[in-house]
Design a protein around this ligand. Structure first.
Ligand SMILES: [Zn+2]
Length: 670
């Protein structure tokens, strides 16, 4: 028996639940409401199928039915609204983005992904008003499709001309619209594949900014094919697919459980009981790469991460940031790729970024869509790990934004009318090449890497990897590699295989370990000892390092699935921190700590001279506003800094952004 679809929808909408939803529209001033797909499905399989197969038609019936019901629920409001947009809650199945194709055109689908770009909200013309140039009469034309359609004829019966018309902006009708692009989730991307993306068009004020770049969403919508340009006298045969959004459902970005089966959970718990679990885990990271256990250990802690804390005034990140500086032939890139492959959510990128958005975010202007905001790698890796190879090659824009991204874990954007704050709660594993081609042990880390101190100080651990010929070590590496080939990899079977390791990490990340008094005591002692050793004025260990130690200790507890951070965890954290400090040039054996020297890359005397110079500039500035370079040189000379050196120091201050040159030959302190 044929059922009238509108009547069918009216019956569905007559339940208590929908009457309430419809009445609440009036109080919110809303023109859209949500229909739960399950209700349609349980009412009639046929009706549900027509909603999926012929959504345009079915939604029109649903909308008419909703209007009928609204007249019952709130008659007053029904008279005010022009129509009701029916949004479908969720479909039973997600269609993978890479499978969307010709057979889906005109159908209702649900896709899932991460928003990578969005335009600001733009007005979309729904009814265009055109004024006839001959008689001045205004004709209104309802709009559909990509291009503005003009009237065929003037509607003035005395005129009836078919041109020319002028578009009348003020008398046309608009709705809010926004273009978005979503991309496959990084964790669902087959290894080595480039993510596929899909363009979306969201129309309606209730969908305004419903999703920002970096958000994980499910989108219900109708697949459309459209031409990107209008050729004269015909239509192109190949069309571009996009989805007209019907509904956007945000999905939480909490660390997923990755579908861990009860058997796997038992296996994970069993593994964690092993007193040597940390060793086993370290051996399971990049097993075919020989040595550098301390770096693998650091990567392990990075994968598990510490616990983020929400203090009343600030948020303290739980994610660890690790930097490896090393000679080109070392195993940095391989290690980075491996870590990304076992991270529950991981993205590998290079400092340059693999997309126009780079590492953080960017506002780009395209001819078709105008201004768009695009999410970079750190935003896409939100709640995961981002591995950045060749960090020193990052774009100038990223150099500025990465500070906030690494410390506050957000990327603020305010450019070309777009104001947004994107989440970037991610652990950063970065690798950098030395700027002289090889690592120069006589120089400081800062001199070796061409990166500002402010960025380096955002890393919890920094390691130096040097490719130095060493007979004994070389022999071991050679044996290791040859053995690998002879046994076809059997000699490096990791204790925990890659897939299980990934699940182990995802599982452990749900644990929130707490410091025991013993662990706290151990860290406290260490911190005080370091502070004391550096109390001669050359500021060294700061609270930043203490926070790093806590994160590392927490990560180590998580790795053993423990809810308590023990003294042993604290000790291990101190050990690896010591190793990192040693690598950057701090000798803990003699407790000769001079982080000032190391982390600023300036000998103390030079630093003093810079201070003198800054003082001079500030003093002169008080007198004259802008300061002539020549005056600075004269004054500095009087205070014992020769002019030739002074020029170099001024250049240094400019590089650091402490002073700038507003006019040729003049300086100003920032
Ligand atoms: Zn006319």
């Amino acid at each position: 028996m044929e059922v009238d679809p509108q009547q069918a929808f009216e019956e569905i909408l007559s339940s208590e639940k929908y009457l309430e939803r419809l009445s609440s529209m009036a109080s919110r001033g809303a023109e859209a409401f949500t229909l739960d797909f399950e209700d349609v499905l349980s009412y009639s399989f046929e009706l549900a199928r027509s909603l999926v197969d012929k959504p345009d038609e079915a939604l029109k019936h649903a909308s008419n039915a909703a209007m009928q019901r609204l007249r019952v629920a709130s008659p007053g409001y029904a008279d005010q609204v022009k129509g009701i947009t029916v949004r479908v809650s969720q479909l039973p199945e997600v269609t993978p983005i890479r499978e969307i194709g010709a057979k889906h055109i005109g159908k209702l689908v649900m896709v899932e992904g991460i928003v990578v770009r969005s335009t600001p909200v733009q007005p979309l013309v729904v009814v265009a008003a055109f004024r006839c140039r001959a008689c001045g009469e205004v004709t209104r034309v309802p709009q559909e499709g990509e291009f503005l359609r003009q009237p065929y004829r003037c509607q003035n019966p005395d005129c009836r001309r078919s041109g020319c018309f002028d578009f009348v902006e003020s008398e046309s009708e608009y709705v809010d619209s926004q273009s978005l692009r979503i991309q496959e989730l990084p964790e669902e991307l087959p290894p080595g594949q480039i993510p596929t993306s899909l363009d979306l068009k969201a129309v309606g004020s209730d969908l305004r900014d419903a999703a920002r770049p970096g958000d994980h969403v499910k989108v219900v919508g109708i697949v459309r094919a459209s031409s990107t340009f209008m050729p004269k006298g015909g239509s192109p045969r190949t069309l571009k697919i996009h989805v007209d959004v019907n509904n956007i459902v945000p999905v939480s970005r909490e660390p997923e459980s990755l579908n861990i089966s009860p058997e796997e959970e038992a296996k994970i718990k069993e593994l964690a009981k092993d007193p040597w679990i940390h060793r086993k885990l370290i051996q399971s990271i990049a097993p075919s790469m020989y040595g550098n256990e301390h770096i693998k250990e650091a990567c392990l802690y990075l994968l598990f991460g510490g616990v983020p804390k929400k203090l009343p005034d600030i948020n303290v990140r739980g994610d660890l940031n690790v930097l490896i500086v090393g000679d080109p032939s070392t195993f940095k890139s391989q290690l980075l790729r491996y870590v990304v492959s076992v991270a529950p959510r991981g993205i590998y990128t290079s400092g340059r970024g693999t997309t126009a958005a780079g590492l953080t975010a960017s506002v780009v202007r395209t001819e078709k869509e105008g201004v768009t905001l695009e999410a970079g790698a750190m935003v896409l890796a939100d709640r995961g790990v981002v591995a950045i190879d060749e960090l020193e090659k990052m774009r100038p824009e990223d150099r500025v934004a990465i500070h906030t991204a690494m410390e506050q874990q957000v990327v603020p954007v305010a450019k070309a009318g777009i104001v947004a704050t994107l989440n970037a709660r991610t652990a950063v594993l970065a690798a950098a090449n030395p700027q002289f081609g090889r690592y120069e042990p006589r120089r400081t880390v800062i001199e070796n890497i061409n990166l500002p101190v402010t960025i380096l100080s955002r890393f919890d651990l920094i390691f130096v990897l040097r490719d130095v010929p060493d007979k004994e070590a070389d022999a071991k590496v050679s044996r290791h590699v040859l053995g690998l080939h002879r046994t076809r990899g059997a000699s490096v079977q990791p204790p925990i295989d890659q897939e299980l390791l990934r699940k182990y990490i995802a599982y452990a990340r749900n644990i929130t370990p707490v410091l025991t008094p013993e662990a706290e005591e151990r860290l406290h002692e260490f911190y005080l000892k370091m502070r004391e050793a550096s109390s001669d004025g050359s500021m060294a260990i700061t609270l930043r390092q203490l926070e790093s130690l806590i994160r590392i200790a927490e990560a180590r507890a998580r790795a053993a699935l423990r809810a308590e951070v023990t003294a042993e965890d604290a000790e291990a954290a101190i050990q690896i921190m010591n190793r990192s400090l040693q690598d950057v040039g701090i000798d803990l054996a003699t407790m000769k700590v001079d982080v000032d020297n190391i982390l600023t890359g300036k000998p103390k005397s030079m630093r003093d001279k810079l201070m003198v110079l800054l003082d001079v500039i500030v003093e002169l500035q008080k007198e004259t506003g802008l300061v002539e370079v020549k005056a600075v040189l004269d004054e500095a000379e009087r205070r014992g800094i020769p002019a030739s050196e002074c020029e170099r120091l001024i250049a240094q201050l400019k590089r650091e952004g402490a002073v700038y040159e507003p006019r040729e030959g003049y300086l100003k302190k920032t």
